[in-house]
Every structure is written in C-alpha cells, then in structure tokens.
Design a protein around this ligand. Structure first.
Ligand code: GDP
Ligand code: MG
Length: 775
C-alpha cells in the first residue's frame, strides 16, 4: 500500500468515532482501521527530536524524519524468555555488559530489566523477563511475561533453553509456537550438554519446530555473537528455518480449535493483534486471561458459548480435563521431537544432582553439613577478615595524619580529618569482612547450595511464620542489613517479604561488631565467646518474637503454599562469584558514599558547634597520628552533648550516663560511629593503642557528680545492657532508607524505627536489672 520505510504519511481525516482513519501517502489516499494502522511503524516529528536532539534547529524537515525512520527501523527489540535458572540473566549481562543479579536459585529476576547494545548497523533493545515454566496466567511471573510479549510486542523473542533439561524447557517453547511470534532459541548451557555426552541434532530440531537454534554458553560468552547475527537474519526475514508450525493437538481437539477459531475470526480487529489459533487453544486450556482479551469483542457471547460447548464435548469424549489434554498434547509433541533428534548421555546433570542431594539434604546429616557451611562462612568472614581490616585501619590513620600535617589548623582541617576521613575510615574498615561474606554467599548461590539451605531451613523458618526463602536475606543481615533488605526481592509473596524486611534489623550486622569487641573485652574477659554468641542468639530470638507479633498484628496473613525450586548443582565460575561479590560490596560502598558521609559530617558538626570560647586552645594535640579531636568539654557543651544530656532521664533507668546517650545518638547514621564517639567522650585520644586504652578508660570511668558520684560508670550490668541496646535499636539510616525504598512506603520504615527502639529500651532495661541481681 505504499507503507515502506522512509515515506511520509499524513493523517487526512478521522471517521466519526475516530475509526477508520484516512491517510495520504505517495500521492494517494488510503483508509485504515486504527488497529491495523497500529501495526505500521511511524516516526513522528516529536520522536525524531528525541532521536536527534542535537541537530534540532527549530524545524524538522522531511530529510531528518527519513533518517530517523531508517534508524528506528534498525532498532530490534528482543525479549528473553525462559524457565527460571536457564541462564537468561547471565546471557543478558554478557550481551549488554550489565551487572544484573544472577543466581542459581529461582526468583532472582522479578521485574523486567532493559538494556541496549549495538551490533553491525543495528541497535538491540534487550529485555530480561522473569523466569517461567509456562505462559498461562497462574503466577505473577507467567502473567507478566505473557503480557509483555502480547502488549509490548517485541520484534523477536529469544527463548533461552537449558540444554541439559530439554523436555521441561521445551514446554514453554510450544506455547511460544502457539502464539505465532518470531522466536529464536538460545540453546544455553551448551557446555553442559557437550560434557554430558548427549547428542542433539540441532538442525533437525530447528526444522521440526520452525525455530532457529543457536547453541550458547552464556557465562563464557560462547555463541553470543552467532545469536546476535541470527537475530538480525530473522529480523530481516532471511532465515530459511523460520516458519510457523501448528502443534497437532489430535483430531478431536483440532476440530474444537477450528470451531472456536472461526468464531473468533469474525472479529477482525482482534485477530490483527492476536493469533486466533492461539486464543482458541488458550480458551480450551481454560485460561482466564484469554477470556478477558475477548471480552471487548462484539461476539464475545457466542465465542463463550462455543468454547463451553466444545470443552464439555472434549472432556466427555476424551475423558480428561481439557486443560490437561492440551498439556499432554504439548508434551507429546516434545517427546516426539526429542525422540527424533536427541540421545541423552550418561553424565546427566540431573542424575549427579540427585546423588549430591541425597547427601546434602539428608534427614540426619543435612543439617550438620549446613551448620558446617555456615560456620566456615562466618569463620572466614571474621577471622580471615581481621587481618586486612587492620591494614586498612593503619592506612586510614596514615592518610589522616598526612592530611593533618599538610593543612594548617582550622575548621576545614577538622572537618576533613575528624569528619570525613575518620568517618569513612571506620566504615571502609569493614570492607574485607563484607567482601569475604559476600564471596561465600555468592558461591553458595552459584552452586545451588543456597536453595538447599532454604530447603533445610524451611521447617524452622515456618515456625517463625516465615518460609525458607527468608533465610537467605536473614543470613546476609549478619553482614550488612542493607543488601539483606535488598535481597528480600527474591521473596515473591509481599507479606513474607515485608515481614522479613522488618525483622532483618535484629540480625546483628558487622557494623555493630566493634561495640561488642570493645565492651566484651573490657568487662567480660573471662568468657568473651559466650557473650558474643549470646548477643547474636538474642538478636535471632527477638527476630522470632517480632515475626510472631507482626504476623498477628500488622500482617494477619494466611499461609500461602509455594513450590521450592531445587535447581541442579553447578560448578561455580570464579569470575561470576567475584562479580557477585563486587556487586554486593559496591552496594555497601554506595551506602558509605551517600548516606553515611552526610550523617558523619552532620554528627561532626553537631559536636563541633557551637564553639567553645577558647576552642583554639581547647584542642588536644595528637601523638598517635590520629587527628586531634575536640576535648571533652567542647563535646559536652556542643549540640550533641546537649542532646545527650537531654535524653539522660530516659536512659538513666538503663544504667547509662549521658556520654552513652550521645554515643547511641551518634550511632544513628551508622553503628560504626558509636565506638568512635565513645573514644572521644571517654578521652582516649592521646593513646597509641586506641582500643586497648578505650577499654581501660571505660573500666576507670567514674561519676563526677550526682547521687552516684565516685561510683564506676560501667559494670557488667551496664555493659551488657548497652550491648543489648546496640543490638536491638535500629541499625542505621541507610537501613531505614532501604526499607522505605523496598517496601514503597514510609509507613514500614517509621514503624521499624519505633519498634526497634522500643525493643532496645525494654531489652536493656530488663538486662540491666536482672544482671544487677547477680553481681
Ligand atoms: P536465570 O534465572 O534464567 O536468569 O538464570 P541465571 O542467569 O541467574 O543463571 C543461573 C545459573 O546458571 C547461574 O549460576 C549461572 O552462572 C549458570 N549459567 C548460566 N549460563 C550458563 C552456561 O551457559 N553454562 C553453565 N554451565 N552454567 C550457566
Ligand atoms: Mg534471572
């Protein structure tokens, strides 16, 4: 009709009711219905402007529009569709150089991720969709993926298939075939297929299905260039393999499909966008979404009638549920196709997986193995991590000293050394621990063990009103609560997800560690390990308690059944694990860069102002190389000190003095700051061994005034109460910000602040008074 690339089209007039529309192009007029016109791609002047903002000089001439049209024509939109765990995200990341999260447990990708890349003259717009086994509309993932295909109409769908599990993966393919869209199969995990000694006649399978097949190994990048080339070929309609085949559903069903189809076909505009055969099959499949699509159709009633009649007839004839008949026929097609072109090798991964699982999830030794893994992880995190942490501390001290030496004294120097460098230093020092922890978590995810851990823990988590999947984020919480809260994205049920998010703050993150170290070594030198473990366990116990409370009050949820995927075990790829590790660590770093830096500077300002009259002489010189810090009197009369005094009545029942109050408030931006503040307030800035001396000075602190004058500030009761408070009150601003972001509302963030603080107060109060009874 003259609708070819690069021609100018203008709208002449709309018919009444705005349909059809008359267009003018190449010197003559045509009239098209809106739906049909929708299938023709046009570039409007506005879009051209977006494509070339720089060349805009007030008018857009025809020449520019033509260039834009040609460019838009060279944009291929591609959607990645496949089962969970077939490697879609790995493929996506490899192709687009992004770092989306991959993992060997399902549900990692929840929404869609988009990215673009260039190949030859083409721009690809790639979309990574959630993994699904099917395109019916039973789960959110299925519905999402299917709506994306039908509504966004990508130019080509890449069906990613796990080559080591063809039968199950091809089920989705049969549904794509029914939809009558352009599909290319990426036969992923081709390395596994080769290693297993299986034999697949790819060309033959491609001819049978009418879909081109490209073997790929996503994580090494093999076959990806071929895949892109194939996509271009298919887009340009140059591929000889592509053809639309009909899966044969058997004589009876084909008869029904035919009848329903001819009814649907009466509605022309509808069949312009949807394959009528696909709709007919979906109707027999009792797919509620298909009915919804047809609802607007003029002959909806008669379509429904014919369908109802045919389903009854089929079920009576073939003595089975209609939807089951469709599924059976699809598997029949797959079995037939595979029989002709596939010979399974002996080294099958599923068999290996079963063997490994017999040990890993064993009734008796599964749990000890799991505990062993956890122990190994935490041992490596804290013991191995201590050494590089020490180096970093030394490095930061050196930098701080150098800066201090280079700059003349003044506010800027104080801001830099006491605020920025010291603040950042106390955070970066945890990088080694976090990197190691995340490395282990990545390893467990990539091998597939994490899914088993969730499986093993499921029963226990159930008792807490959670399920196995919550376990992963909760473990991550021991490292840093921020990524842990992000990790709750893998929990599909919103109630479960919110609940998990809200109890994660009770998982003692590594930022609280320095407080434990200092106080435990100062006041419990005889049994440090016991107190350590006790604190962590207390956190878990409070989490359980709150999970129960929240379940009864805020969420009031019913149990939802779910399938726990146990994906096959895989050899981890070092590069992948390192990438994951970096991914998570950089999230933590971003937390430093943003929130913490602002908070540290804010706290610094609160303790720096208002200045003392004689502040110039009130600075304490540094002999240790650490920057000079304000003297205690400055701290006391500063805004921070005043706040500390103001809250003293509230914390006095816990046995705390105002300095502890200040430290706790200073710790609101980040728990790392608590110890730094204590070091300033309890006056240890002159000493070489900061921590050691902090311990002794805590032991020697005495009340100067008031009813307790002369008594030591700290005893075991106070110390333990303080530990409990630090454990339970909300970890930091970044966590609250994450809860707000992930839950989508301030409600849950504020709620978290309130109940964690309340729990901390009550916990510390009880601890203080109970321990007092014993000492
Ligand atoms: P998705 O759920 O489809 O997005 O799958 P992911 O991209 O998260 O990958 C699942 C797991 O399969 C990860 O552990 C990947 O490292 C692994 N994987 C991805 N592609 C390949 C491949 O070509 N061969 C092998 N052996 N493993 C792969
Ligand atoms: Mg994924």
């Amino acid at each position: 009709m003259g609708f070819v690339a690069g021609k100018e089209v203008s709208v002449l007039k709309n018919a009444p009711f705005k349909d059809p529309v008359e267009y003018r192009l190449m010197g003559y007029n045509v009239s098209l219905r809106r739906v049909e016109a929708g299938l023709i791609e046009v570039v409007t002047p506005e879009e051209a402007l977006l494509l070339h903002p720089h060349s805009y000089d007030g008018t857009i001439d025809l020449e520019e529009l033509k260039i834009s049209a040609r460019e838009k024509g060279r944009m291929i939109s591609v959607a990645l569709v496949g089962n969970p765990n077939c490697g879609k995200t790995t493929l996506f990341n490899r192709l687009t150089n992004s770092k989306e999260h991959v993992g060997n447990y399902s549900g990692v990708t929840v929404g869609a991720t988009k990215s673009t890349l260039k190949k030859n003259d083409y721009h690809f717009e790639l979309t990574d969709l959630p993994g699904t086994y099917s395109l019916t509309s039973y789960t959110p993932e299925e519905l999402y993926t299917r709506n994306f295909i039908l509504q966004e109409m990508p130019d080509i769908v890449v069906n990613v298939i796990d080559a080591s599990n063809l039968e199950r993966n091809l089920f989705l393919t049969t549904q794509l075939i029914d939809m009558d869209i352009k599909v290319v199969i990426a036969l992923n995990m081709y390395d596994d297929l080769q290693a297993s000694g299986s034999n697949l006649k790819m060309k033959k399978l491609a001819r049978l299905t009418g879909i081109p097949i490209v073997p790929t190994t996503a994580f090494s990048g093999e076959g990806l260039e071929d895949l892109l080339e194939k996509l271009i070929e298919v887009y340009e309609d140059r591929d000889p393999v592509v053809r639309h085949i009909h899966i044969n559903y058997g004589e009876e069903m084909e008869k029904s499909i035919g009848l329903i189809r001819s009814e649907i076909k009466k509605d022309k505009p509808l069949t312009a966008t949807f394959s009528s055969r696909y709709l007919s099959i979906s109707l027999i499949d009792k797919d509620p979404e298909a009915l919804k699509v047809l609802e607007s159709s003029s002959n909806y009633q008669s379509i429904k009638e014919v369908t109802g009649h045919e389903i009854v007839r089929l079920e009576h004839r073939l003595d089975d549920d209609a939807s089951q008949l469709i599924t059976d026929a699809k598997y029949g097609f797959i079995a037939g196709a595979l029989k002709e072109c596939y010979k399974q090798g002996v080294m099958n991964r599923t068999i290996a997986t079963e063997k490994i699982d017999r040990v890993m999830t064993d009734k008796y030794i599964g749990f000890p193995i799991f505990l062993g893994m956890m122990f190994l992880t935490f041992y490596a995190t804290f013991t191995l991590g201590a050494l590089p942490a020490e180096w970093i501390m030394k490095g930061v001290t050196l930098i701080s000293k150098t800066v201090a030496d280079l700059m003349g004294s003044g506010m800027l120097k104080d801001l830099l050394t006491d605020g920025v460098i010291r603040g950042l230093g106390s955070v970066i020092v945890f990088m080694p621990n976090i990197l190691i922890l995340f490395f282990f978590i990545s390893l467990m995810e990539d091998t597939g063990y994490m899914a088993r851990a969730a499986f093993i823990m499921d029963k226990l988590m159930h008792k807490m009103g959670l399920h196995g999947r919550s376990f992963i984020p909760m473990v991550m919480g021991f490292g840093c609560n921020v990524p842990a809260i992000m990790a709750t994205r893998t929990i599909r049920n919103r109630g479960d997800r919110l609940l998990t998010m809200m109890i994660i703050p009770f998982m003692s993150c590594s930022a609280r560690l320095p407080v434990y170290v200092v106080l435990i070594s100062a006041f419990f030198p005889n049994y440090p390990a016991l107190i350590f473990i006790g604190i962590y366990l207390l956190g878990i116990a409070v989490a359980i308690l709150f999970s129960k409370i929240l379940n009864r009050t805020v969420f009031k949820r019913k149990e939802t059944p779910f399938v726990m995927e146990l994906p096959p075990y895989r050899m981890p790829v070092l590069k992948n694990s390192l990438l994951h590790m970096w991914d998570k660590a950089s999230q933590y770093l971003k937390k430093i860069g943003g929130t913490i830096l602002v908070a540290v500077v804010l706290i610094w300002a609160l303790e720096y102002f208002p200045r003392n009259e004689n502040s110039a002489t009130d600075m304490v010189g540094s002999t240790s190389g650490l920057a000079p810090v304000p003297k205690v009197s400055q701290m006391e009369q500063s805004y921070l000190g005043r706040i500390g005094h103001a809250v003293e009545p509230v914390i006095r029942p816990l046995g705390f003095d105002w300095k502890m109050g200040v430290s706790l408030i200073a710790g609101i931006p980040a728990k790392e700051i608590v110890i730094g503040t204590m070091a300033v307030l309890y006056g240890t800035e002159n000493d070489q061994h900061k921590n050691e001396s902090l311990q002794t000075s805590l032991q020697n602190q005495r009340y100067e005034v008031g009813p307790k004058a002369g008594e030591p500030v700290f005893n075991q009761a106070v110390a333990l109460a303080f530990l409990v408070f630090v454990l339970l009150y909300f970890p930091c601003i970044a966590v609250i910000a994450s809860i707000k972001r992930e839950s989508g509302s301030w409600k849950y963030a504020i709620l978290t602040v309130l109940y964690t603080t309340a729990a901390a107060w009550i916990g510390a109060f009880l601890t203080y008074h109970v321990v007092l009874l014993f000492i």
